[in-house]
Design a protein around this ligand. Sequence first.
Ligand code: NDP
Length: 256
Amino acid sequence: MATKLFDLTGKVAIVTGGNGGIGLGMARGLAQAGAAVAIVGRNEAKSADAVAELTQGGAKAIAVPTDVTDKAAVAAMAERVVRELGRIDILVNNAGINIRKPPHVLDIAEWNSVIQTNLTSAFLCSQAVYPAMKAAGGGKIINIGSMMSIFGASFTPAYAASKGGIVQFTRSCACAWAADNIQANAVLPGWIDTDLTKRARHEIDGLHERVLARTPAARWGAIDDFAGVAVFLASPASDFLTGTAIPVDGGYSVMG
Ligand code: NDP
């Protein structure tokens, strides 16, 4: 029973930004649970490495080079996944960037770039996979938010707007597509050691120490901390769970 609850054998997952960081941690979990995985990102060398790793672990995996801000490219990506892997059951909207500047300095091109990469991409990808999920009899959408989905910071106006938007977009999809047996949930990571935050550690004085002091678990998250939540939200174990936003943060968001 327990194994069936988390079994993804025969399922097909798309992970945007799955070639590194949190996306790769989730792709590893999904692959270990039996899913075939399509890795979606722009950097073809990084995607080839991720596919090689998953394939060596015994999973079926393909790379689909795509800029997730490009509507036509996203549509072509979804078509290719159905053509090569047969169906789409799971979508992880994880691709994301940040530009750290206060609101009075951030320019409109920077604002648009962050919103399009972090938020509009989730809309484009979800819309593109919806017909395949419906045809498959249901599906699972996992959107990656942030602590900036619930808190603000002086240097993250566009990022926080995009991540707050991700939570509301998730709730809307959960309501719209429940009748199609599609569950949509968000994951809100705390501070995780990835390429994205390596730069922040350099740019923000004292960040490393502040993260350790503020996080009850007293460590940065690792990308493999996201394998379990990905499997849970992609599997029958979460079939009555939809529209939620689950912090995976070592307790960061509950520290008083
Ligand atoms: P990384 O920089 O390691 O990964 C970001 C991924 O997004 C890369 O795989 C990149 O692939 C992909 N990506 C970016 N832009 C595009 C695009 N236009 N088209 C396709 N893919 C794109 O960062 P993280 O793993 O840290 O971040 C993953 C997600 O987690 C993001 O949404 C981030 O906001 C969120 N997050 C991270 C936290 C952390 O502490 N690390 C905390 C909270 C949230 P490529 O370059 O090949 O396109």
